[in-house]
Ligand binder design. Sequence first.
Ligand SMILES: NC(=O)C1=CN([C@@H]2O[C@H](COP(=O)(O)OP(=O)(O)OC[C@H]3O[C@@H](n4cnc5c(N)ncnc54)[C@H](O)[C@@H]3O)[C@@H](O)[C@H]2O)[C@@H](O)CC1
Ligand SMILES: Nc1ncnc2c1ncn2[C@@H]1O[C@H](COP(=O)(O)OP(=O)(O)O)[C@@H](O)[C@H]1O
Ligand SMILES: [K+]
Length: 507
Amino acid sequence: MKIFTTDGIRRIDEATIEAENISSLDLMERAASAVAYEVISRWRPSKRLVIFAGPGNNGGDALAAARMLSEQGYRSEVYLFNIKSSHLSPCCSTNKDRLQDCPNVEFNEVVDTFNPPELGPDDVVLDGLFGSGLRSPLKGGYSALVQYINDSGAYTVSIDVPSGLFGEWNMGTDHRNIIKAKLTLAFQFKRLSFFFAENAQFVGEVKVLDLDMDERAIAQVPTDFYLIERDDVKAALRPHNPFINKYDNGTVFLVAGSYGMMGAAVLAARGATRAGAGLVTVHAPRCGFVPLSTAVPEVLFEADRNEIFTTNIDLYHKYSVVALGPGMGTSDETVDAVDTFLKSYRQPCILDADALNCIAKRPILLRSIPKGSILTPHEAEFDRLFDLHRTDEERLKKAIDVSKLYEVTIVLKGHYTMTVRPDGKVYINSSGNAGMATAGSGDCLTGVIAAFIAQGYAPDWGVVLAVYVHGLAGDIAVEEQGTHGLIAPDIANSVGRAIHSLVKRPE
Ligand SMILES: NC(=O)C1=CN([C@@H]2O[C@H](COP(=O)(O)OP(=O)(O)OC[C@H]3O[C@@H](n4cnc5c(N)ncnc54)[C@H](O)[C@@H]3O)[C@@H](O)[C@H]2O)[C@@H](O)CC1
Ligand SMILES: Nc1ncnc2c1ncn2[C@@H]1O[C@H](COP(=O)(O)OP(=O)(O)O)[C@@H](O)[C@H]1O
Ligand SMILES: [K+]
């Protein structure tokens, strides 16, 4: 699913109005009735409803919803903010007029002084102050109003977006000036800003309301942001050819593990084999021989010269894909080994965990990463490489820049893992759960990504599929273990089931 910018959504709104030969007032009726329906399906008419409307079309939606709710027997107190009688948008103004004769509505127009109504946890607030037309962060009276609503404890339902929150970037906005919604009723699309952890406190639960926007415009209006969902992955996964042999499924060379961290190699290897790699070879220090051959008997073991950490990454065979990092450690000898490898290996590779930490210890190596490689940092690994970032938004912006600069794909891992490609496209993952915040789950992901690329999926798309599959494996495993009990081996061992549930069976 495309995630549009505010400008893109405006274009789709306009195209819908033109294609259906309707007015923006008609579209507002559609939006408002969807909002009213949500209120009706959640609360009885006896619920106290306080509605705040701003001067634009977001306010227009709120006023139209108040009218529709009144027709259904709901009482509401409405506050329309028309400060200094500036100007209401035409649709807002028409809906103000339409509201005047409605029963059960206590209408207040705020022009200069505002006496706030008492609000408490038993009340429902409908927030139609500002939507996608927000020009700058809220301040002054609006800021005070937002804080008043937030402090009241009322159940706040935001129309389209929480007022004060921009659809994309919110750097520099004081968090006190944004409505904290319990429920956001987003029109047709989620917004990019909804996916950043720092904004979860504002958007609350998100429900997307289908406004039946013009399909052609949705297909044509460009965007760089996509939400990857089950159907996208289902459509892309290929069933096996019955005559396949293991080499058709690709070979993975995995450099992972060190004394004390051999489990990381096990999890990455298991992720790769469960995701369908034909043959997996693990290069690890000698101490890994027994644990690896016992825990993952399906993989080949290649011993490093060293007993406890990796010191030489030599490729004696040709592999479909090479992945480095899980549990490798960052001893000086390992940093040297990564240095030598990056300077000699010219194919795209996968760099995770300690491979990234080794590069962070010798940042000049960033320039030696083969073009087209895939980097899979979690927040701390990303920040070690590219400086400290305070928010997901800052981190994503930086990832977009460095992905272009070094011509690498960056998988920013988190609740919504974001895969950032050098062409500026960002794929937001929708699978996975909080139980996956457990040691080793990222190691498993490295193996899954390697397996997808080994099996011939184009790397820039294969990585997106792999991230979804890994999250789905977590979702399958969590059904048995719950978020508290989920451990990384559960995820690795569920990868096969995840793929099996997605691959189309022959008719
Ligand atoms: N375009 C359409 O056809 C549709 C739009 N809809 C609604 O329209 C909304 C967008 O409407 P608008 O473009 O009118 O924008 P808004 O209603 O978000 O706000 C615009 C108004 O707010 C004022 N404003 C902006 N930033 C301000 C600030 N920082 N401080 C004080 N005042 C500020 C502007 O001067 C303008 O009067 C959407 O979020 C959605 O709720 C829906 O009715 C569906 C259809
Ligand atoms: N709260 C969460 N919701 C969904 N997925 C999560 C969550 N926390 C972590 N994950 C996923 O689990 C994995 C953790 O990776 P990482 O931090 O590298 O773990 P490790 O280094 O222990 O292997 C990533 O794929 C990440 O997206
Ligand atoms: K709003």
